[in-house]
Design a protein around this ligand. Sequence first.
Ligand code: UD1
Length: 424
Amino acid sequence: MDKLVIEGGRPLSGTIVIQGAKNAALPILAASMLAYGTITIDHVPKLLDIDVMLNILRELGCRAEHTDGRVILETESAHTSHVPEALMRQMRSSIFLMGPLLARFGEVQVYQPGGCAIGERKIDLHLQGLQALGAEIEESGNRITCRAEKLYGADIHLSFPSVGATENIMMAAVLAEGRTTLTNAAREPEIADLQKFLNTMGAKIMGAGTDTITIDGVESLSPCQYQVIPDRIVTGTLMVAAAATRGQVTLQNTNAAHLSSLIHVMRRAGVQITVDGDIMKVGSSTRPKAVERIVTSPYPAFPTDLQSQIMVLLALSDGVSVLKETVFEGRLKHVDELSRMGADIRVDLNAAFIRGVPRLYGATVEATDLRAGAALVIAGLAAQGKTVVEQIHHIDRGYDQIETMLSRLGARISRYSPVPKQLI
Ligand code: UD1
């Protein structure tokens, strides 16, 4: 297993262009199955999760190339809607294929993606939505088969604004007969991006980005060229890293409107942030101030995907902060690892009580999930001494060569891969 070795204590400084958003690219790649022909998608980051999605699409019969941020996908040759279990297990987001494959083939076979490190992650809302559009669902062990000769528009109310369920239902409803109205929909920017992509292919969707989405079914979609939005979580990760190391960075290809809750919290902590079009400058030269209370919730509230990263800034702040996680039940595992680096954090149910310390110290720590891994990297950059982050395959799921990106900002960080046995 690869690991990252970080010599901490150096302020980050310099300019970085932010990668395209993983969480926008994944549903967009799945939605491409709704059209027949060649689809070109730009700003697709080079990540493990994207590789898995492209492998699944190849397995279904598509041709897919990914070079220099551009994916060229030929979907006409797709001939099956059965997603292999082994690939499904590699990535939860393969569940996004349910809606588009059902709409295209009238049948789809997938497997329960199961829980993961951050929580149970059920798919009941995805299934209820597809059922409402007319699908028959059969579950046998881990296997789920959905069938519908034809899908019909429906009024669907989500009991929780799930991002994935909103996207899956949108993708299935695009080719359904009649109008679908989705209420209590998730409002994340990636959903608005999916709407824009589908509408570019000829869909008639309105309202994504608000809690009510209306989808008027169309007969067919046409291939298109599209560019994915910037990754707000990677942007946020670098913003926190700049502040935690008391550095000064310039981030290009950003959308500050997608990060207003983080910007608000960081400004309260005393971090300087300026925005000029798609350029953001983030810097700090003093110890951050504690922020009384932060609660993660669906967009536009504070994102769960930045909870572990902001915790590092709060761990170094002057005062006591409370950080509450309400989206995923198991997403405070990084607390133990941060404590090994000298953080003073107590967990009570889903809340972390953080008493800031003047500094963290390097240690050997383990990434328990993608964003927790990113948080440990930030902690390592800010800490005194050497930090080793293990299990970094989690980090590779969402950050395109994190060590290269941070080295460009002056960090001392290297990746170590185990020596293959035959070379020993
Ligand atoms: C997406 C993001 C992920 C982010 C999350 C919340 C992608 C690829 N991933 O994940 O990075 O952390 O949104 O912002 O876009 N739930 C149910 N039943 C369902 C679906 C969800 O109970 O059918 C629950 C989940 O268990 C979880 C909560 O709803 O507790 C949020 O999940 P959801 O919004 O669906 O997240 P994902 O789409 O999986």
